[in-house]
Design a protein around this ligand. Sequence first.
Ligand code: GLP
Length: 246
Amino acid sequence: MRIEIAKTPQAAAESIAARIIKVLTEKPDAVLGLATGATMEPVYQALIAAHRRGEVSFAQAMSFNLDEYCGLSPTHPGSYRATMNRLLFDHVDIDHSRTFVPDGAMADPVLAAADYEERIAGAGGIDLQLLGIGRNGHIGFNEPGSAFDSHTRQVSLHPETLKANQGFFADGSVPHHAITMGIATILAARSILVLATGGAKSTAVSQAIEGPVSAECPASALQQHGDVCWVMDTAAAGGLSRAKAS
Ligand code: GLP
């Protein structure tokens, strides 16, 4: 596991963007696993800026997002599909038909989940998975207690997660269910990049990196993956026993 501690959230986000650009430069048709959340917004801004400067193209890339709320149409502004379009896809040269987000509006979530796993497998698997981390250590929407061998499935959201995500909904009402890649789906990615910024993430970060590997902290499963890079700012690194900004 590699750990990079940047001085500011912006520097951490730019480091993540640079790593994504490097992958796309080396493999233009890379399959990217993408994430939502406020933490990712400066990453996508940096990618858009780099694209405008001609430094990166997504024309041959493919993407799979981690998760989606259930019961929202893809055009609902709170849906992760609409969010990804707004924050990244509409501003770069990616082919929208090669961007995938779990279908939270499908009547049968079991079918939607199985379809998503099949699509990922059909694409040859994920080359680089981008991850944020929830304050309770969740990855994607795999809440504490999620099995490490879980695949894409419908889940219930933890009250803490509902509260953390209220701000993304004009009326504050967050759907209580979501479809998320499972922990096994995430661990199957060939390479994983995790971004954590802000003091509210410091406990989750230290438990994930230095704590026991336990379902109580889903992000601790990343300790079992051979190619994980954590990038964080000094605030998020505050709970680590040997944290030093580079
Ligand atoms: C959300 C998303 C996660 C994200 C996390 C952190 O609920 N499902 O994929 O990493 O919570 O979000 P934020 O960056 O807004 O703190």
